[in-house]
Design a protein around this ligand. Structure first.
Ligand code: SF4
Ligand code: SF4
Length: 244
């Protein structure tokens, strides 16, 4: 059941930051517009009911152990509608979340991870520099997933892509075909995709991405990637008789 978003008396006045930050030169109105877009997301009322500041989400959060990152601070900033801090977090913090949703054990029934999902989506939709930087290294992964409809493929497990895995990754890549054929389900016997995705499913995915704003979001962060994915999608859809 969704409830109304919490109202607050804690919001900072426009431009009244407590301390200078790296985004002081961004007009307050721009930051506010992004925050309004976050609040307008239909999922928002289910992801934030207020915050006890108990820190249970931080204790459960794996990213908080390794980064200067706190789901509690993000939930608090949103509950207080601290537009300046939220903008700072959209740029500097939200990309540290691993989207595991361990924080969903919140006693206030918040979902800090869900809230972060919305913050990220708005950041990507508006092409914030932070989103471009965060996604820079994932172009190959996004291309693979969106053109094949499945996950990172086994043939991407190459020593040059995973140097920190040591000699094991070379051993796996050298024997990849053998390993894959040893797997029981036949749909996993591929090396260029995680598993076989049916043509019907792939077409459905292409149509969803084409008619939703997913492709627009990708264009905002990486025009080159957008172009090559569109080429693959359009050709496949046209061959299947869709006029797009
Ligand atoms: S667990 Fe919930 S109530 Fe507690 S600090 Fe985190 S978001 Fe706030
Ligand atoms: S979803 Fe993000 S914020 Fe929540 S526990 Fe996982 S890493 Fe932490």
């Amino acid at each position: 059941m969704s409830r109304a978003a919490p109202t607050t008396t804690f919001a900072r006045r426009p431009g009244a930051t407590l301390a200078p930050n790296a985004y002081d030169d961004v007009p307050y109105e721009e930051k506010l517009a992004l925050w309004e877009e976050v609040k307008a997301d239909p999922r928002f009322p289910d992801y934030l009911y207020g915050c006890y500041e108990c820190g249970i989400c931080v204790a459960a959060c794996p990213s908080a152990r390794f980064y200067d990152f706190s789901p509690r601070k993000i939930a608090q900033a949103a509950a207080r509608e601290d537009v300046e801090l939220i903008f700072e977090q959209m740029n500097d913090d939200v990309w540290n979340c691993s989207q595991c949703f361990s924080c969903d054990r919140c006693p206030r029934q918040n979902s800090p991870g869900g809230l972060i999902t919305i913050l990220r989506e708005v950041a990507v939709r508006h092409g914030l520099a932070s989103s471009q930087e965060a996604l820079e290294g994932y172009g190959r992964v996004v291309y693979k997933i969106m053109t094949t409809g499945t996950q990172v493929s086994p043939d991407m497990l190459q020593p040059d892509a995973f140097p920190d895995w040591g000699p094991d990754v070379k051993e796996v890549s050298d024997q990849l075909d053998l390993w894959r054929r040893a797997l029981p389900p036949e749909t996993l016997h591929t090396t260029s995709t995680g598993w076989e995705v049916s043509e019907k499913t792939l077409l459905e995915l292409y149509l969803i991405w084409h008619y939703s704003d997913v492709m627009d979001m990708i264009e905002e962060v990486d025009e080159g990637l957008h172009m090559i994915i569109m080429d693959v999608m359009e050709e496949t859809l046209e061959e299947a008789g869709y006029e797009i």
